[in-house]
Design a protein around this ligand. Structure first.
Ligand code: 5GP
Length: 187
């Protein structure tokens, strides 16, 4: 059986990666399995353990690093985030195209291990719009909002290491474009 693709989706916090991802993942032809990451971040009210993330303590996360259970991991605004390795390998071996929605440092680690990973970076139509979206989420303190905005500027500087840059002005359009990119790579 042909091994599935490894797809990396990145973009600054608040750009709408989750919304775009949910839209294109509905397309059954893409045969996508979403990789649920592990994080030490606090769960938001609208999140469920095991769906958006596996929410774990710092010692549990550090144990996973020590045991080499993560394909990549990074610290983002004071919390750890990482991709469980076995889950990704098993699904790709079953022919599934596995999608990682991760930040740029983690993406760099994956690219160095999986040279043919399909990398896509989502950009906002403007930084003003990004700020509006981050504030619209109303789930974080002003301090965290400022940290996420500063981080967004830094992340945008790294978009040169991605194969495709897609602007999320309209999430439906962005999802359609990403869907086409993935289909071309499946051929
Ligand atoms: P959030 O706290 O907004 O859910 O995520 C913060 C950032 O961490 C986002 O850019 C998100 O894509 C990224 N992220 C989520 N899971 C992972 C992961 O497993 N590894 C890495 N490196 N970044 C992740």
């Amino acid at each position: 059986m042909k091994k599935g693709l490894l797809i990396i989706l990145s973009g600054p916090s608040g750009v709408g990666k989750g919304t775009v991802r949910e839209l294109f993942c509905k397309d059954p032809e893409l045969n996508i399995a979403y990789s649920v990451s592990m994080t030490t971040r606090q769960r938001r009210d609208n999140e469920t353990n095991g769906v958006e993330y596996f929410f774990v303590s710092r010692p549990t996360f550090e144990k996973a690093i020590e045991n080499d259970e993560l394909l990549e991991h990074a610290e983002f605004v004071g919390n750890y985030y990482g991709t469980p390795k076995k889950y990704v390998d098993d699904l790709r071996n079953q022919g599934k195209n596995v999608l990682l929605e991760i930040e740029v440092e983690g993406a760099k680690q994956v690219i160095s291990k999986v040279a043919d990973a399909l990398t896509i970076f989502i950009v906002p139509p403007s930084m003003q719009e990004l700020e509006k979206r981050i504030r619209g989420r109303r789930s974080e303190t002003e301090e965290v909002v400022q940290l996420r905005l500063a981080k967004a500027g830094k992340e945008m500087e790294k978009l040169g290491s991605y194969k495709f840059i897609v602007c999320n002005d309209d999430p439906h359009l962005a999802a359609q474009i990403i869907s086409l990119i993935i289909k071309r790579h499946m051929e």
